[in-house]
Write a protein that binds this ligand. Structure first.
Ligand SMILES: Cc1cc2nc3c(=O)[nH]c(=O)nc-3n(C[C@H](O)[C@H](O)[C@H](O)COP(=O)(O)O)c2cc1C
Length: 179
């Protein structure tokens, strides 16, 4: 079983990347020990801002095709969304737009678990909702969702784990849906 995991943030200090790191640890130690997990950094897929003119002139960047192929090779997706002004970060939206020009159904029917994290109480719920509600258009098979607010208090960086029991149990539950 191949799992592709990434945070939809280009921040070097990304809390969503920290959440992905912990989730992958839990997945590998408790849920799917045999899983082959790749954690991808969206910074490696930075491309010119999508424009129809660029597409007509230069075609689709190779990095977009590589990202698309990574999704295609995976059996499941684990994505943690950072919320910027209620929606995807510009960095991820740009990748999203390029991928959708390869095939609008770029999640290719893959089972997907949606996470989100924010420092405040909102927990990235708006962007997570956008990802879940739009999933049918992009052929993501949403299995479960977990939003983590107040990340600074609900996550212990030194221990690399969630401090809140309900959130920790919730994480195990959502990860279990990928099996
Ligand atoms: C431009 C910008 C817009 C933001 N908008 C929101 C928002 O709408 N809702 C929210 O909960 N947090 C918002 N935040 C705070 C982010 O949740 C916070 O920066 C978080 O650390 C982003 O996740 P990341 O660390 O994984 O990049 C915003 C931050 C920035 C820089």
């Amino acid at each position: 079983m191949k799992i592709l995991a990434y945070a939809a943030s280009n921040s070097s200090q990304s809390i969503n990347r920290k959440l992905i790191g912990h989730a992958v640890d839990v997945l590998k130690t408790e849920i799917m020990p045999d899983a082959e997990v790749e954690i991808l950094d969206i910074n490696d897929y930075e491309m010119p801002i999508y424009s129809i003119d660029r597409e007509m002139a230069d075609g689709i960047p190779a990095k977009a095709q590589q990202f698309f192929d990574k999704i295609g090779a995976a059996d499941g997706l684990l994505v943690s969304y950072a919320e910027h002004n209620g929606y995807y970060t510009a960095a991820y939206k740009n990748i999203f737009d390029w991928l959708s020009r390869i095939d609008q159904k770029f999640y290719q029917g893959k089972p997907k678990v949606v996470l989100s994290a924010s420092p405040g109480p909102g927990a990235g719920a708006n962007v997570a909702r956008a990802a879940v509600e739009s999933a049918p258009f992009f052929a993501a098979d949403i299995k479960a969702q977990l939003n983590v607010g107040h990340f600074g208090t609900n996550f212990d960086e030194a221990a690399n784990s969630l401090t809140d029991d309900a959130l920790a149990a919730g994480l195990r539950e959502v990860l279990g849906t990928l099996t």
